[in-house]
Ligand binder design. Structure first.
Ligand SMILES: [Zn+2]
Length: 317
């Protein structure tokens, strides 16, 4: 069959064979940690105390959860363990009690791909005695297991999923040891892959950049690693990439989010929105991003779901 015959044949078969595309699955995920350069440029102290959430960050988290729940959805949160050292964690218990899942984001926001102690996290570079005598792998495993313990003991929350601090191109593809560690720590899926995409800095994104971000959605679909661990990627563009790295204006960012979700709707894909209340709460106090995502979900006839549901769409890698 030549190309023309093939096209003619498929065009005829179209109405019969055309299966209804799978509905989009949209998640809104919040990483509960402080972000460098927020609330003001130049602030870097959070690198050493990622879990010392300020009042604005906590209030924004609670408000987003309530807002999404009013629209019939749930927010998937990821908590760094050090949050559980704060004097009051009632706000976190309340969002979990309202049904919003909370996953493990390590205790100190460690780099799970680190191979040397000095690459694990700023806190341990500044205070190396905290991890002296332990291997890098041991420090990373403890940082994960202590978070699970802290969440259970302090807040009565069983972690729902794992997200690596930092998104990696390819996720954990090259680290079967970390995949196995996560499975052993009780996780069926992790969220570690953030696909590469173009970005403008301090300038309105061009059509080409927006196209690149939309195209990256195809590379942000869940898969199963050979180890059996499931990957639920983060879908570009994250708040810190747009606002901190790109210094984008909110309207530019909203355009990129809308175009990305529209692509996912058209292709029956999943969309895992990643934000940090410590950043998004500063640049978008009126919840325009969250409302836009809820509006698009509603238009597509769906609501905001958790990452377990996205994980069910995983394909073998
Ligand atoms: Zn993080």
């Amino acid at each position: 069959m030549n190309r023309r015959q093939f096209l003619a044949a498929t065009a005829c078969a179209g109405p019969v064979l055309a299966a209804k595309p799978r509905p989009i699955l949209i998640a809104i995920t919040l990483d509960l940690e402080m972000s460098r350069h927020y609330p003001q440029r130049g602030i870097t102290k959070w690198d050493y105390e990622k879990g010392n959430l300020d009042a604005t960050t906590k209030a924004y988290t609670v408000a987003v959860c309530e807002r999404v729940k009013k629209r019939g959805g749930l927010v998937h949160n990821f908590c760094v363990g050090r949050v559980l050292e704060q004097p009051n964690v009632d706000w976190l218990k309340a969002i979990a009690a309202a049904g919003h899942p909370v996953g493990n984001h390590t205790y100190d926001h460690v780099n799970v791909l680190a191979k040397k102690p000095e690459d694990i996290q700023y806190r341990f570079r500044a205070a190396p005695w905290l991890i002296r005598g332990k291997s890098t792998t041991e420090v990373i495993r403890e940082n994960i297991s202590q978070t699970t313990l802290a969440m259970k003991e302090r807040a009565g929350i069983t972690p729902d999923g794992f997200r690596t601090p930092g998104g990696f191109r390819g996720g954990l593809k090259d680290r079967p040891d970390i995949q196995k560690m996560l499975l052993k720590e009780g996780f069926k899926w992790c969220s570690s892959h953030y696909p590469p995409h173009p970005l403008t800095r301090e300038a309105k994104p061009t059509a080409k950049v927006l196209e690149g971000i939309v195209a990256a959605q195809a590379n942000a679909q869940p898969w199963v690693y050979p180890s059996g661990l499931i990957e639920v990627p983060m879908s570009p563009i994250s708040d810190v990439t747009g606002f901190r790295s790109g210094r984008w204006k909110l309207d530019w960012y909203l355009d990129a989010i809308r175009l990305s979700i529209e692509w996912c709707i058209a292709h029956g894909a999943v969309y895992d929105y990643l934000a940090h209340p410590s950043c998004l709460g500063v640049v978008d106090p009126k919840f325009r991003v969250i409302d836009l995502i809820c509006d698009l979900a509603e238009k597509a006839g769906t609501s905001i779901v958790n990452l377990n549901q996205l994980a069910q769409r995983a394909k073998p890698s």
